[in-house]
Design a protein around this ligand. Structure first.
Ligand SMILES: [Cu+2]
Length: 172
């Protein structure tokens, strides 16, 4: 189904691009080269370059670090997570500081959104919980505490009640 939707989208996009090209070719009025380097054209070109550079610099300085622990390649163990309306079922609700947990997330009914939060309500990891799929996300716990699992995908009237705890104990 998704591949059919993608193919239809590509065909419609191609038609749209061809329409733009057709309109552009019919209405293009050649601009003399000397006009492009004087007056308002020159100002417009400089403003365009300034906006482009500003956008690159602002984007570069405001990029957030990737929320998933990309260094967490050595998985210590895994925790199976099953979502259903409206609860989380975890194969284990405890972990140790320093452990790299691979969460294997699936759903028994509809789409849910698995999200792991620390005690300051900072989201540490998230991934979709989908029926028929097991999606994996890894996280290294660096501090003890009670972490929360919440649902990020609206899944029905009691969506807000989908909360589970993971107790993270100090390193042995
Ligand atoms: Cu939900």
């Amino acid at each position: 189904m998704q591949s059919i939707a993608a193919q239809i989208t590509f065909v419609l996009l191609l038609v749209l691009v061809l329409c733009f090209v057709w309109v552009l070719r019919r209405t293009a009025i050649p601009t003399p080269l000397e006009k492009l380097t004087t007056g308002a054209y020159k100002l417009r070109s400089r403003l365009f370059v300034l906006a482009l550079l500003s956008g690159c610099v602002i984007t570069g300085f405001t990029l957030m670090p990737w929320p998933h622990d990309a260094q967490a390649t050595q998985v210590t163990r895994h925790i199976d997570i099953k979502a259903r309306q409206w609860a989380w079922e975890l194969s284990d609700q405890t972990a140790r500081v320093g452990e790299v947990i691979e969460f294997r997330v699936s759903s028994e009914d509809v789409n849910h959104g698995f999200a792991l939060y620390d005690e300051q309500q900072h989201m540490l990891a998230q991934i979709q919980a989908m029926p028929g799929f097991v999606n994996k996300v890894r996280h290294r716990f660096t501090a003890p505490g009670v972490y929360k699992v919440l649902c990020l995908e609206y899944c029905g009237v009691a969506h807000h009640g989908m909360v589970a705890d993971i107790q993270v104990l100090p390193a042995p």
